[in-house]
Write a protein that binds this ligand. Structure first.
Ligand code: UDP
Ligand code: MG
Length: 338
């Protein structure tokens, strides 16, 4: 019986595949990437054959593209047998497209890549080696440099990752995108997590196991423009903060604390003024009532915030814990219930 059944808890236990003969699934979400598909596949193929021979597949997810992306994927499928094409019914966004890809993999390790070749597929081999050497379940690409991205993008990304690091409980590595190599069991856990506002790098970090960084230089986009305009970047950042910290909800508690200080000052000051008869009648009581009322309102809000926050996190139905392995000492023993 699984330990989680026994404990009656929502937990996940996943077994680890043997790492000796990897089968690599390359997952690429594509949104209006028609111009780059050919080059992408050519480079993925040569990188994969170099690393694992024939033992790979390429899962392309068309995230409701409006251009000829799907046609380009179909063309590739006609010419080669290593492609799995998934077409979403509309544009669901990068993170959901990626999840769709993760849920369709057959491999023992999963290589997550952007369609624009900013993250070089050729790193598959060294990353696989790094995974073996460090015995890690996740090898995440850490950007040493970002070529061809504007100052604004680099600055906002840098601030975002650092703020997020301060705000969250799980350690989400800085300067890290979705470019990574993950074991199948981690991919399965992520694909099975039912939360709706998905921030995959946070989800991967929260899964645990051993996670090793791999430094690389981020390249320029091969073709087309960034599919992350400012509005999408902001909504992405909001997903990250809302999903991985209660910091915004805790704002009311902080405000209540600040209000308590204001309240004390106001009471002391208005009483002092009143004692010396320097105030218009009614001012003292008015000030005290206003400050006290605001304080209690903020306290009430922060209590509600705490309940809402906990309910919100509970609706995400994240596993309470994830078990790496269970071992039992050798020899037969009678266990109650067996
Ligand atoms: N993408 C997607 N759906 C979207 C937006 C982007 O599948 O709604 C894909 C896109 O095709 C690319 C990856 O997500 O493969 C990253 O997007 P992009 O390169 O535009 O982001 P940036 O590198 O500029 O942050
Ligand atoms: Mg890109």
């Amino acid at each position: 019986m699984a330990i989680n059944d026994r404990l009656g808890l929502k937990a996940m236990q996943v077994s680890r595949e043997s790492k000796s003969d990897e089968f690599v699934s390359i997952v690429v979400p594509c949104f209006n990437e028609e111009a780059g598909i050919r080059e992408l596949l050519a480079r993925c193929r040569s990188a994969a054959s170099d690393a694992v021979g024939e033992r790979y597949e390429i899962v392309l997810v068309d995230d409701g593209s409006a251009d000829g992306t799907w046609r380009a994927i179909l063309n590739e499928m006609d010419a080669h047998s290593d492609v799995i094409g998934i077409r979403l019914s509309r544009n669901f966004g990068h993170q959901i497209a990626l999840t769709a890809g993760l849920s369709a993999v057959n491999g023992t390790v999963v290589f997550v890549l952007d369609a624009d070749l900013q993250d070089p597929p050729e790193l598959l081999k060294p990353m696989l080696r790094h995974m073996k050497e460090t015995d890690a379940d996740v090898v995440y690409g850490k950007r040493k440099s970002r070529v061809g991205e504007g100052r604004f993008k680099r600055a906002t990304a840098s601030i975002f990752y650092r703020l997020l690091r301060e705000a969250t409980d799980v350690t989400i590595p800085v300067d890290t995108g979705d470019f990574r190599l993950i074991s199948r069991r981690v991919a399965d856990i992520i694909a099975r997590m039912p939360e709706r506002d998905r921030f995959i790098r946070g989800m991967v970090a929260s899964v645990g196991f051993r996670q090793a960084p791999f430094e690389y230089d981020r390249q320029e986009r091969f073709a087309g423009d960034s599919k992350y305009p400012l509005a999408k970047m902001i909504s992405f950042a909001i997903d990250a903060f809302l999903g991985y910290s209660m910091i915004l909800l805790r704002f009311a508690s902080l405000a209540a604390l600040a209000m308590l200080v204001v309240l004390c000052v106001v009471i002391l000051y208005s009483l002092y003024e009143w004692l010396y008869g320097r105030v218009i009648p009614g001012w003292t009581s008015l000030m005290i009532i206003i400050a006290t009322a605001s304080f209690f309102q903020l306290v009430a809000l922060s209590i509600i915030g705490e309940y809402v926050g906990r309910t919100y996190l509970a609706t995400k139905e994240r596993p309470l814990f994830i078990i790496d392995e269970i071992r039992r000492s050798a020899g037969e023993r009678d266990l109650p219930g067996d």
